[in-house]
Ligand binder design. Structure first.
Ligand SMILES: Cc1ncc(COP(=O)(O)O)c(C=O)c1O
Length: 411
């Protein structure tokens, strides 16, 4: 970019992630605040007309206008980039805005994308339907079938897009294998790291080029704001994404950036605690007579257990899904009734489709997040009427077991 750069925080070489999570950002202002300042301003005053001209021409790095430059947003971007191990980060107004910016920045008409068929539903709609209107074609493949990813690649393929683990089945993809396919094809690999966060998984270590986040989930971690980000090289931010951000303005508000910035300080301890509680709950659910199947990458019964343990720092993450019995004797209608019974008997869990909160959330994917699919599509995706998803928070795991037992024990 420019000769004159925005200064960095002075930190000793080699400080660890836990330290970066609370210290990376921007140097303190002249007032010496200990907690990071919230710069709630739409524009920045320039010292003189010549400086303004140099700054608008990118000859000098400085804050100009909060659609594309703001100190609080930059603190969050620098902190998240440090955690993901990328050179840079660009924050967006939501997780979907991050995927929109990714596609607008990297793709043009005639380009082809290979995407897991198990990614978040709106990602499927955005890439498959919305970008289809602009001549970008997307092929959806089975998340865990590496050969299917390879076979789907064409000369026009520019992007491979994966999410691991997925929602609600917690399917894990082999990021290293996908990175090899992308490299051989001359394409980028983007990974939505929403479910693990850099506290458990750093996709760049396995060769991913870009990491996408919904900051709405674990990065904030307390269900307060909508936010998103792309972490990648400085060149991609400057050349591909910043020009789109400047023109299209899917920017993160400084207030929401500040909330996420402070959320990052406790990310690692929250993720470890919530992931351990989720595993305890998953093990307990496997013992319950009214539970047919449990999905959690930390369980040895999970099909990609070994891969998940290697890729996710030995942790399964905080989301557990399970299937309540009922389908065998009463078909899908009974299975749904039983799942609703378990959800409705809870007194602690919040019935909401969001996840990544310190408050445990419980939902019925077939009628909420995946309600727009046909029954056949849902069955093919393994999202049956008996499935319940729990995104485990910070309550005591024994209280959560008792909460689920209210319904499971009275079926
Ligand atoms: C894996 C994943 N990616 C992206 C998103 C979109 O994020 P947002 O709601 O912040 O737009 C979500 C939201 O649920 C998600 O679960």
């Amino acid at each position: 970019m420019s000769e004159k750069k925005i200064p960095r925080v002075a930190l000793p070489d080699g400080v660890r992630l836990d330290t970066l999570a609370v210290r990376e950002g921007l140097p303190r202002s002249q007032w010496g605040e200990n907690s990071e300042a919230l710069f709630l301003t739409s524009s920045f005053v320039q010292p003189d007309a010549a400086s303004a001209a140099a700054r608008f021409a990118n000859e000098e790095e400085a804050f100009i206008y909060s659609r594309f430059t703001n100190p609080t947003v930059m603190m969050m971007e620098r902190r998240l980039a440090a955690l993901e191990g990328t050179e840079a980060c660009i924050a967006t107004s939501s997780g979907m805005a991050a995927i929109l910016l990714l596609a607008m920045g990297l793709l043009k008409a005639g380009d082809h994308v290979v995407c897991s068929q198990s990614v978040f539903g709106s990602t499927i709609m955005l890439l498959g339907r919305e970008f289809g209107k602009f001549g970008v074609e997307t092929t959806f493949v089975a998340q865990t079938d590496v050969d299917a990813w390879r076979r789907a690649v064409r000369p026009a393929t520019k992007l491979l897009f994966a999410e691991s683990p997925t929602n609600p089945l917690t399917e894990v993809c082999d990021i290293r294998a996908l990175a090899r396919i992308a490299r051989d094809a001359g394409a980028w690999l983007a990974v939505d790291n929403c479910f693990c966060t850099p506290a458990l998984q750093r996709p760049v270590q396995y060769g991913a080029d870009l990491i996408v986040h919904s900051g709405t989930k674990y990065l904030d971690g307390q269900g307060r704001v909508i936010a998103g980000a792309i972490c990648c090289s400085e060149a991609l931010v400057n050349e591909k994404f910043m020009p789109v951000m400047r023109s299209a303005g899917m920017s993160l508000s400084p207030f929401n950036a500040w909330v996420v910035l402070k959320g990052l300080e406790t990310l690692a301890i929250r993720m470890r605690a919530q992931s351990e509680s989720a595993l305890a709950l998953a093990r307990w659910l496997e013992q319950q007579p009214m539970v047919e199947r449990v999905y959690h990458p930390g369980l040895p019964s999970h099909p990609q257990h070994a891969l998940a343990m290697a890729q996710q720092a030995g942790q399964g993450g905080a989301v557990v899904s399970f299937i309540v019995r009922g389908q065998d004797d009463g078909g899908p209608a009974r299975a749904r009734q039983n799942a609703f019974h378990v959800i409705d008997r809870t007194q602690i869990c919040s019935i909401t489709a969001n996840l990544g909160d310190t408050k445990t959330t419980i939902t019925h994917p077939a009628s909420t997040s995946h309600g727009r699919l046909t029954e056949e599509q849902r069955q093919a995706a393994g999202i049956t009427q008996g499935m319940v998803r729990v995104a485990v928070g910070l309550e005591h795991p024994d209280d959560l077991k008792a909460d689920l037992l209210r319904g499971l024990g009275s079926l």
